[in-house]
Design a protein around this ligand. Structure first.
Ligand code: S5P
Length: 474
């Protein structure tokens, strides 16, 4: 039997078992509708379930590469199960409510970060149920970018899903289903027309536009962060009213501690280059951590890891510095590929774990291209619990409001140094370029009076941020 014939057979069967009904019905939200679907009844008809799974498999799954399947609870669960067995692809189950005991898992099954997962659904109206499942999968680091459904009611769901980066394909659109039923004289042409008119007039609301990252205040963004360090940093910024990160690029440990004693209360983050310190001892780390605790700032080791995963794991956990034991977050290049993130994610002895990925650099003539930046942001999306944010220069580099844009190359006046560093002003980086945390090194460290200079930076940067979130940018 041709696929077209099989589709026709399915449409007629769905009509026969009352999975699709015509008349005057009320929807859940109290709106009158001339057509009603309830595919839950298919569980009573194994032949129909089999037919649905054969069609979905032949049309959409046979030639697809994906690591996981996940049905939207509950109607699609048996269909997903049949497909999983037929395609020999493992399946995940999403709970509607997280368990109140034990592991509190929302997604059941075995999976890896970055696995691609195909969503299975019965009927799509607005797309909101599919999106709930997509969001839960994405929170777990899975890639959920495709959905296959039995019926598209053509009420805006497909577009809403596309807005959220989910491509949807369906066995039938409503128009196709109606046409089959009219052709086979199951419903009159008039009813068919009425239903199609009704559906085109009653469109689901468009899904809300994504929250614009740069207009949201830090306290709201703390709630959207999926990395614990990002959440903490947003909270510290909101409480201390500072988005200043001091880059303590000094080579003497006493000088660093003296400086932080003075300026620590004005910063949210201290960025170190631990390997430039000439008199490093583990005692230095103890004192640094005490200061961080007392003055409430986090520590970012700007190591810019850029090797294969195995080497990075050793660099992060071993050697003289044992960075994993004291740095809240580290910087890392995406150049070597995902192994570097897997390595940082797998380290076990950490007190707190976060990574700022370098998506752009401030130095003149750097070799990073727009494609590289885009690939870096994509790579980060697979590790939502690990990534604190990006070291980058431009507002459009990424959208996720739960991530932090860390921007270096900032001084009160725009300028350059003799080795290619390019400085922009606080106004430019915050209001135009979307910086969330602003890195200042020599602007403070090399000033005659670093403490008063730190206060000037803190106040200027905070004023720009307040202007930005008030929406009054010119
Ligand atoms: O693109 C970058 C990325 C980083 S992390 N450009 C940078 O300048 N940095 C770091 O920020 C750099 O290593 C230095 O520690 C700091 C800027 O220092 P400044 O003295 O030029 O403000």
């Amino acid at each position: 039997m041709s696929n077209e014939k099989k589709l026709e057979e399915l449409a007629l069967n769905l009509f026969k078992i009352d999975a699709v009904k015509f008349g005057d019905f009320m929807t859940k939200s109290g709106i009158k509708t001339p057509v009603y679907f309830d595919l839950r009844v298919i569980v009573s008809y194994p032949d129909i379930m089999e037919l649905i799974s054969v069609l979905l498999y032949d049309f959409f799954i046979k030639d697809k590469k994906c690591e996981q399947l996940c049905g939207v609870p509950y109607t699609a669960l048996p269909i997903a199960t049949l497909l999983s067995v037929k395609a020999k692809t493992s399946m995940l189950m999403r709970r509607k409510e997280a368990k109140s005991y034990g592991t509190k898992k929302v997604i059941e099954g075995h999976y890896k970060q970055g696995d691609s997962c195909l969503i299975i659904e019965d009927v799509v109206t607005s797309g909101s149920s599919v999106l709930e499942t997509v969001n839960d999968l994405r929170k777990e680091g899975l890639k959920a970018e495709e959905a296959i459904v039995i019926l598209d009611r053509e009420q805006g769901g497909k577009q809403n899903l596309a807005t959220n980066n989910v491509q949807m394909q369906s066995l039938f659109t409503m128009t196709e289903l109606i046409n089959i039923l009219v052709k086979n004289k199951k419903i009159s042409e008039q009813i068919g027309k009425d239903v199609i008119n009704y559906l085109s007039n009653v469109q689901a609301p468009k899904s809300a536009p994504e929250l614009e990252r740069v207009l949201l205040p830090y306290e709201k963004r703390a709630k959207l962060a999926t990395n614990a360090v990002a959440k903490q940093l947003f909270d510290i910024m909101a409480i201390k009213k500072t988005n200043l990160c001091l880059s303590v690029d000094l080579t003497s440990s006493t000088k660093i501690l003296d400086l932080l004693e003075k300026v620590g209360e004005h910063v949210c983050l201290v960025k170190t280059h631990i390997d430039i310190i000439e008199d490093y001892t583990s005692e230095f780390i103890l004192q640094l951590k005490q200061l961080a605790q007392r003055l409430n700032f986090l520590i970012l080791e700007d190591r810019k890891y850029a090797d294969i995963g195995n080497t990075v794991l050793l660099q992060y956990s071993k050697g003289l510095y044992k960075v994993e034991q004291w740095a809240d977050s580290v910087t890392c290049h995406s150049l070597p590929g995902e192994g570097i993130l897997k390595a940082l994610n797998s380290s076990t002895n950490v007190i707190s774990r976060g990574v700022f990925l370098l998506a752009e650099m401030s130095s003149e003539g750097n070799l990073i291209t727009p494609d590289y930046t885009e690939a870096t942001v994509k790579m980060a999306a697979k590790y939502p619990e690990l990534i604190t944010g990006f070291v980058c220069q431009k507002k459009d580099t990424f959208k996720d409001p739960g991530l932090i844009q860390l921007t270096p190359g900032v001084q009160l006046e725009s300028s350059k140094d003799e080795l290619g560093q390019v400085y922009n002003t606080p106004e430019k980086v915050i209001l135009e370029n979307g910086a969330d945390v602003i890195v200042v090194g020599r602007g403070i460290v090399a000033a005659k009076n670093p403490e008063s200079q730190a206060i000037i930076y803190k106040d200027t940067l905070w004023r720009c941020y307040m202007k930005r979130v008030s929406g009054k940018m010119e």
